[in-house]
Design a protein around this ligand. Structure first.
Ligand code: PHE
Length: 343
């Protein structure tokens, strides 16, 4: 008797989980459970095994089970019968399809592209180089011999010391590598990631991105440098932006300058982004030092050139209204998703 009751319980669960997909399946259910050779009939045949004092109880349970199976059959039948019209009502062919999630370009890539494409329109081509560099290409050839105090301007990550391999501190290494190839005139922009041993904060990071530029030919002058950078600033920040050059120092350029633009946020009135000066420093530049040309076997009596270098993170922070540089490298999709569709 107990095993019979367990069996019925098992069938009940089986029926509960039964899902149909059409009239044919409903009919199969009827044959299996309610037909003349079906399960309910065969359970009734078991009645004779049940002890006399429990026949009433078993009969009741079996009856309930039969009703349960019949109810299930009725519901399967109605659903099956209604399926075509229900389906027709449920499918609206005019609805738009499921959206396929699209990725986005990283804001740093977008900004690098903006910068590079402006110079490409002026005839500069893109050159790239290694991030792990030797001392010559990162320092010595750039007029920074060993023990030169200006090496301290850029705290360097060394991969090894003897021989010295390091993570490049600027993309100027590419300029040396291109000049060494000896094909002149040379007009390149060098985008890439650079590394400096700096404390990570909202404003600075131990790696960031630069775009540097180099133009070497006969008779290149500081006027060419200024005109090129004026064009860049107008394309990048609009016609109204004001520009100023301040004298500066870099070992690899002489004379050297830093270029400021009027603050994009306060329009030059002074705010906390420009530290109340009204100006934002955006790049370093200058005429390539004769020693650098000589180091790359270029005759400084015949050729002159200019170089400039800028960071990518800062303009990206300003353009996209981001207040923490660390967001760029954390790969948080909630941050990155906001740039899909932005160019
Ligand atoms: N290499 C310099 C830096 O990383 C930038 C620069 C490039 C300055 C070219 C002048 C000329 O700070």
């Amino acid at each position: 008797m107990e095993t019979l009751l367990q069996k019925i319980e098992g069938y009940r669960r089986e029926i509960e989980g039964y899902v149909t997909n059409g009239a044919e399946a409903a009919e199969q259910f009827r044959i299996a459970y309610l037909g003349t050779k079906g399960l309910v009939k065969s359970l009734m045949g078991e009645m004779k095994q049940v002890p006399a004092d429990r026949k009433k109880e078993f009969g009741q349970i079996l009856n309930e089970f039969k009703q349960f199976a019949e109810a299930k059959y009725n519901s399967l039948k109605t659903v099956a019968g209604k399926t075509p019209s229900l389906a027709a009502a449920a499918i609206d062919l005019s609805l738009p399809g499921d959206l396929i999630p699209v990725g986005s370009r990283h804001p740093i890539s977008m900004m690098r592209h903006r910068i590079v494409s402006i110079f490409q329109r002026l005839g500069f081509s893109v050159a790239e180089g290694p991030e792990i560099e030797d001392d010559w290409h990162n320092f010595t050839a750039l007029n920074l011999p060993e023990y030169h105090p200006a090496r301290d301007m850029q705290d360097t990550f060394y991969v090894s010391t003897d021989p010295a391999w390091l993570l490049r501190t600027h993309t100027s290494n590419i300029q040396i590598r291109e000049m060494e190839k000896g094909v002149l005139p040379l007009r390149i922009v060098c985008p890439g990631r650079v590394y400096r041993n700096e404390t990570i904060s909202a404003r600075s990071h131990c790696f960031f991105h630069q775009v540097e530029g180099l133009y070497i030919d006969e008779d290149v002058s500081f006027a060419d440098l200024k005109q090129t950078l004026y064009f860049f600033v107008k394309e990048m920040y609009g016609n109204d932006v004001k520009v100023r050059f301040r004298p500066s120092y870099f070992p690899f350029t002489e004379p050297s300058a830093e270029m400021d633009i009027s603050c994009q946020l306060c329009g030059g009135k002074g705010c906390n982004v420009c530290k109340n000066t009204g100006w934002l420093e955006i790049l370093g530049c200058g005429m390539v030092h004769p020693n650098v040309l000589t180091n790359c076997n270029i005759d400084p009596e015949k050729y002159t050139g200019f170089a400039f270098g800028m960071g990518v993170e800062r303009p990206a922070l300003l353009k996209y209204g981001i207040n923490d540089i660390r967001l760029f490298s954390e790969n948080d999709v909630r941050f990155l998703r906001q740039f899909s569709g932005v160019v």
